[in-house]
Design a protein around this ligand. Structure first.
Ligand code: SAM
Length: 271
């Protein structure tokens, strides 16, 4: 981000505040505006900061795609997409197929639409299209058919087991659990993640000062493709990273969840 003294930075995905804290610690007069749509992230992170850090931080709760930034407001912007570790690990949030939980998956707990609404009420074809388009799932039709036959579903593990039994043995013993793509698709739809990213990519570059950088970390190809072309085609941006930056072996070992992360950076140009 090329953090500058006295700069104002936007962390569009606060989570546990790792990025916000590092930005605040880079200079004693740097300020951050941090966004998250998850109330727990805002309250939890604020409590973990020092008094001095809190004094230089403003929080905004909501979808980053709905933030109404001003032209040239920020010296830099970072977004670290997807779910946070606390969201994945807190079993009652329903993001993980490894822990039994209600089919929820809402990042914003004030929203009513959740994963159970999709699984228990969508038509078979709509489910198949969702798994194919948002999960890149080859077995989308077979899985959708089984779900419609076996519903209602109440828990994550009940759904994961049904998807598992749809998969041929070769798929069951592959690198990822057979339910991974279905869970990704549901999460993306419940939280409108791709639509939010598209809007953010269109509007956020305008909030940068000339020379300011926008850095986005994505975790799967549907997101990375959007970031790559969003940066490349935006009239206000020049791409800094021709190829995405990825974690090295050491980082992947110490933080296995970084495995699929891709970081792309672009800079606002003067036009
Ligand atoms: C991968 S985590 C960020 C982790 C963070 N960088 C840290 O150091 O802890 C993503 C966070 O962004 C939030 N989030 C995802 N999409 C969002 C959106 N469209 N608007 C606002 N917050 C979003 C999630 O609720 C989650 O807390």
């Amino acid at each position: 981000l090329n953090i500058e003294r006295g700069g104002l930075y936007l962390d569009a995905t606060l989570g546990r505040g790792g990025h916000t804290r590092l930005i605040l610690q880079s200079y004693s007069d740097v300020k951050v505006l941090a966004i998250d749509r998850d109330e727990d992230a805002l309250t939890g992170t604020q409590a973990a900061l020092t008094e001095d850090e809190r004094a230089r931080l403003v929080l905004w709760r909501g979808n980053f795609a709905d933030y109404d930034g001003e032209d040239g407001q920020f010296n830099g912007i970072i977004a670290d997409l997807g779910v946070s570790s606390p969201q994945l690990d807190q079993s009652d949030r329903g993001f993980s197929f490894r822990q039994e939980a209600p089919l929820d998956m809402r990042m914003d707990q004030s929203q009513s639409f959740n994963a159970a609404d999709i699984i228990n009420h969508w038509e078979e074809k709509e489910l198949a299209d969702l798994f194919y388009n948002y999960g890149e799932e080859r077995l989308s039709r077979r899985i959708a058919k089984q779900i419609v036959q076996k519903r209602p579903f109440y828990s994550t593990t009940q759904l994961a087991e049904t998807v598992y039994h749809c998969a041929p043995p070769s798929y069951r013993h592959g690198k990822i659990h057979p339910a991974t793509r279905v869970f990704q698709a549901l999460r993306l739809m419940v939280n409108q993640e791709l639509e939010s990213l598209d809007k953010f990519l269109e509007i956020a570059p305008r909030w940068l000062k000339v020379g300011g950088r926008i850095a986005i970390i994505s975790f799967h190809s549907l997101e990375d493709r959007r970031v790559k072309y969003g940066f490349r085609e935006h009239p206000l941006l020049s791409v800094v990273t021709k190829k995405p930056l990825i974690p090295g072996e050491d980082e992947q070992k110490s933080n296995p969840r970084s495995r699929s992360a891709k970081l792309r950076i672009a800079q606002r140009i003067d036009i």
